[in-house]
Design a protein around this ligand. Sequence first.
Ligand code: NCD
Ligand code: ZN
Ligand code: ZN
Length: 347
Amino acid sequence: MSKDKTSSITLTRPDDWHLHVRDGAALQTVVPHTAAQFGRAIIMPNLKPPVTSAAQALEYKARILAATPTGTEFEPLMTLYLTDNLPPDEIQRAKEAGVVALKLYPAGATTNSDAGVSDLRKTYATLEAMQREGLPLLVHGEVTSPDIDLFDREAVFIDQQLIPLRRDFPGLKIVMEHITTREAAQYVASADSFTAATVTAHHLLYNRNAIFMGGIRPHYYCLPVLKRETHRQALIQAVTSGSAKFFLGTDSAPHPAHLKEHATGCAGCYTAHAAMELYAEAFDASGALDKLEAFAAFNGPAFYGLPRNTGSITLQRQSWTPPESFAFGDAELKPLRSGEALPWRLV
Ligand code: NCD
Ligand code: ZN
Ligand code: ZN
């Protein structure tokens, strides 16, 4: 990485290892934002209905590529949505189709998770096939029991689900997605090389106060929900530690503004419009800009067994203000930090 201490940094072109782009007209807005910054992005399969076959994943990929601006080199990396009855023989087809991973949503845990897994044991034959084929399992790591406090759901998931799963499938690559707690950071840091985690920019920049600053702020509501400051600090420590187990996953999750500003507002923060700018802000605030390149461009490809991107991006210390909103099909999309100045800018 070349770095001019105060004013700009140049990095190998990064990848986003956790992204929601939705479908239909929405693609026209969100795909260009990601393609302008990243060489590749792992596309989450939580559409309605979910992406559960290799054939559906290929069709979805073609729609995403059709929304990619001409002349932009961008590769969507496709995933399948694990259900209680996704057949083991779909794994071979998925591998042949270039699908890179399967996603575990515990039923009811998050946006569009009704088709998710009700009991991990029901998926064991499929997990066996994944372990054999070398296809990673990406995990939304929260238990869903209403008895468990919302803020504890990630830590309880690790104890109740992840530790037994890790033991039963020692050769399965597992990524704990969008980690939010000290417990998750510690678990992943001390786990074997088959275990990794993605971290979002918003969980590095904000603690749970952001959701309640001067009134309820739906655009800061995502799942797993923002946690207290000590957890944010643990995440910062993890991503700036030099450990290769942590890599960039924005979890940029667009929803129409009217469904977020709602009595039962949807979970998800939209950050694709300024993803690298937000990460640069977080790393810079802890004096660790020199750790950003490995987190954003090296650790992910190494875990997935893919080459690093060629080419580079440059971020400049230059204040700019994202728009209040973007068109989002017939609706509006309000990006995180809309109308508020950001200190870094992609040039
Ligand atoms: C995501 C979405 O909207 O699809 N929402 C979120 O709050 N993160 C789903 C997810 O990643 O859990
Ligand atoms: Zn999730
Ligand atoms: Zn997500």
